[in-house]
Design a binder for this molecule. Structure first.
Ligand code: ADP
Length: 369
């Protein structure tokens, strides 16, 4: 019973109710009908003054027929009631389905804009109103959190830039320092660089919502540009970069660039020396698919969801080696969601990883490949 939909539950309960009522009606009708028929039989026998056995046999037969017909009618009415109950409950539950469909549209990225329709049945009006109030509270809480992160990241930028500049200056003015001092300076520069990257990424994540997403973007040239920017890193590791397919879509140019850059950079960073990275764009039935494939060591299955969480790193030492703080894929996830898309690990093994991004058909203007 627990697995049955509400519509089926209402139908079954109605069938039970109609069935019990019909059976009770049938029993009452039969007992009173049989009583009346007996009375008519006695009257006819008294009047005719003979042929008693024939009349009683006829009356008994008629009574049996009457009861049987009543059973058929009971079953028919119950069945018809059940069919009607199924369709009527389906109609009655429509507002609930509409409500569920609207709730499904709620995403982290549209909390501030979305509103559940309050013009529903009185029973649902209160529910919709409470739901909208909850959305408002959530949206305000996220906004406060965003402002705090943005302000903190912004405030960190100036002292960090100052520290970096001072360290560079010191290193330039004192080229011949003790090896321990040089090592210490190197560590300081590395860490301040990491911190400024972190504050930069936090600022970028913070301004995602306000970025206009109306640019016309040709993905092929964008991927080529990313390959050019990442060529020094790829060359250093002997990694070949390949591109396949092209498409034009609408969205935010800087954000999509950042998304594809992060994915390609990871595919190079977490690859084996002399490996390969392929970025393929293809138009599919479900929309636009971009696949970033590498020949790296793979991502264990247990972490394939967590890598999109902020600050998550599978191999901390390797990630740190490249200045990673674990925010790259979280930014990728947010950018994809902001464009109505999604990102996931399509396959991963010791031979390599393929990360796929999908955008809805509405985002695609044209595709080739
Ligand atoms: P990071 O700044 O550490 O690179 P990301 O958010 O970009 O952070 O990635 C999170 C973690 O996911 C990385 O630390 C790495 O362990 C893992 N990862 C990401 N991309 C790949 C890949 N293509 N192959 C293997 N591991 C990956």
């Amino acid at each position: 019973m627990k697995r049955l939909s509400l519509q089926w539950r209402i139908t079954l309960m109605t069938v039970l109710l109609i069935g019990v009522t019909c059976v009770a009606m049938k029993l009452l009708l039969c007992s009173s009908g049989i009583g009346y028929m007996d009375a008519i039989g006695q009257f006819v026998q008294a009047r005719s003054g003979g042929a008693g056995a024939e009349t009683s046999a006829f009356i008994r037969e008629t009574q049996e027929d009457f009861c049987m017909t009543n059973w058929y009618m009971t079953a028919g009415v119950t069945l018809l009631g059940g069919v009607l109950a199924y369709f009527v409950s389906g109609r009655a539950l429509r507002p609930l389905r509409r409500f569920a469909a609207q709730v499904e549209q709620v995403q982290l990225t549209n909390l501030a804009e979305i509103k559940i329709d309050e013009d529903l049945l009185p029973e649902f009006r209160q529910l919709s109103r409470s739901f909208n109030q909850m959305l408002e509270r959530l949206s305000r809480a996220f906004e406060t959190q965003r402002q705090f992160t943005g302000n903190a990241a912004h405030e960190l930028r100036t002292p960090l830039a100052l520290m970096q500049a001072q360290l560079e200056l010191f290193a330039a003015e004192h080229p011949e320092v003790l090896p321990e001092t040089a090592e210490f300076l190197g560590l300081l520069r590395e860490q301040t660089e990491r911190l400024s990257q972190l504050s930069q990424t936090l600022l970028e994540m913070n301004s995602l919502q306000s970025a206009p997403r109306t640019d016309r973007i040709q993905l092929g040239p964008m991927i080529e540009e990313i390959f050019t920017d990442l060529a020094p890193l790829a060359e250093q590791r002997g990694i070949a970069l390949e591109r396949e397919g092209d498409a034009t879509m609408t969205g935010s140019d800087p954000l999509l660039y950042r998304m594809l850059f992060n994915l390609t950079e990871n595919a190079i960073k977490y690859n084996r020396p002399g490996g390969m990275v392929g970025v393929a764009v293809a138009r599919e039935e479900s929309g636009l698919q971009i696949r970033i494939a590498d020949t790296g060591c793979g991502i264990p299955e247990a972490y394939q969801h967590s890598i999109f969480h902020p600050f998550f790193r599978v191999d901390k030492s390797r990630s740190r080696e490249y200045g990673g703080v674990g925010l790259g894929l979280s930014l990728v996830w947010e950018i994809a969601a902001l464009h109505g898309g999604s990102v996931w690990v399509e396959k991963s093994s010791e031979e390599g990883t393929t990360i796929a991004v999908r955008f809805p058909p509405q985002a695609v203007l044209s595709a080739d490949g």
